[in-house]
Design a protein around this ligand. Structure first.
Ligand code: SF4
Ligand code: SF4
Length: 361
């Protein structure tokens, strides 16, 4: 098995990561923390057979990256976990949930296996128009599976904002590939379908409101395409947005793939503070606790994923009207863990500030 032995050996087994791994906080076993996962990798290198326990150890990592931030030896466990998942999958070793996820994605082009129209959200607020004629544009709004199918008002509000600045959408957007790449599969087919359409439109910038899409578009798509998150884009255009203040206090949840993995901390805060008061969560920025949804964990280990989300909700300070974030997967997991509609997308806050409703789908 072709594993990254150099990284495995760089780990000095100090256990610093045990104190930060959100999975270990819930499960409490060595195999469920970063160091244990690296020991499982070493075992695989030495010939250990990847049975269900080893798969559970490797597949319960949310790739949140908080261990990377605290590791004194410079180890990057999320990259290692994704690498070993790829190796196992290429040898045909995967869980039932991984196999089903792949089947769903390749048969439908979306993470839900939903056969419905991915662009149905355009009709919700009368946004049908000439967008899909294939006209040239410099920027495209990459909607992502969750906003396309589950948070359609957010998709619609985002597009309302972005089309003011000339952005268009893809007529046949496919999943960015994130759920496949994070769980060890090759997402080339989906990526190529998206890139072909982006090239036809002539766009050089992709704007997305999903942290998972952002990270995948940035890491796995052609490097000449500029990738921006919606909060970055909005923060750059604050003077043109004509935001009105709202009498409320919100907190901000940093999505792992936007914060720790991409360094986008200030821009969403600038947007929020242009509208209302911001009260930070008990753990924020580099120390933000994972919502528990990423890395395929929500798909494969729903109960564990929701327990992590509940723990994240305990970080919410007193006296806030909304928990704002910029990742629909975080929204979904935090809502399901009990926060309900108190969790909203940053675009929903911006839309409320310019006169739209603050409630989200
Ligand atoms: S903190 Fe780094 S070196 Fe220490 S056990 Fe964890 S991964 Fe290994
Ligand atoms: S990336 Fe997050 S979940 Fe995975 S081992 Fe590191 S701290 Fe644990």
């Amino acid at each position: 098995m072709n594993l990254d032995l150099e990284s495995i050996n760089r780990c000095v087994r100090c256990g610093t990561c045990r104190s930060v791994c959100p999975v270990f906080e819930e499960v409490g076993w060595e195999s469920a923390n970063t160091r244990g996962r690296i020991l499982a990798m070493k075992g695989l290198y030495d010939g250990l057979v990847a049975g269900p326990d080893v798969l559970d150890s490797l597949n319960t990592c949310t790739t949140c990256g908080i261990c990377t931030a605290s590791c004194p030896a410079g180890v990057k466990p999320p990259d290692m976990v994704e690498g070993v998942r790829r190796e196992l999958v290429s040898s045909g070793i995967m869980s039932r949930e991984q196999a089903l996820l792949k089947e769903r994605l390749f048969s439908s082009g979306n993470v839900f296996g939903d056969p419905g129209d991915r662009l149905a959200w355009l009709k919700r607020r009368g946004q049908e128009g000439d967008w899909l004629k294939g006209d040239k544009a410099k920027a495209i709004y990459f909607v992502g599976c969750l906003n396309s199918y589950r948070y359609q008002d957010t998709a619609s509000r985002t597009f309302d904002l972005l089309r003011r600045f000339g952005a268009t959408i893809l007529a046949d957007e496919q999943c960015c590939g994130s759920p496949l790449v994070r769980t060890g599969f090759d997402a080339g087919r989906l990526r190529e379908a998206n890139v072909r359409q982006i090239r036809e439109i002539g766009a050089d910038t992709i704007i997305t409101g999903c942290a998972g899409c952002y990270s995948t578009l940035k890491r796995d798509y052609p490097p000449d395409l500029r990738v921006m998150s919606v909060p970055e884009f909005l923060a750059d255009r604050l003077p043109e947005l004509d935001l009105k203040p709202l009498e409320m206090t919100v907190t901000y949840h940093d999505p792992c793939h936007l914060g720790r993995q991409s360094g986008i901390y200030d821009q969403p805060r600038r947007v929020i503070e242009s509208i209302c008061r911001l009260k930070e969560m008990r753990a924020s920025r580099e120390s933000a606790r994972c919502c528990g949804g990423g890395g395929g964990v929500r798909v494969g280990y729903r109960d564990l994923s929701l327990r992590m989300a509940k723990r994240r909700l305990a970080d919410v300070p007193e006296g806030v009207d909304f928990i704002v974030t910029s990742c629909p997967l975080c929204i979904r997991n935090l809502r399901d863990a009990g926060a309900g509609r108190k969790v909203i997308d940053i675009v929903d806050l911006v839309a409320a500030s310019i006169g739209d409703s603050a409630s989200a789908d």
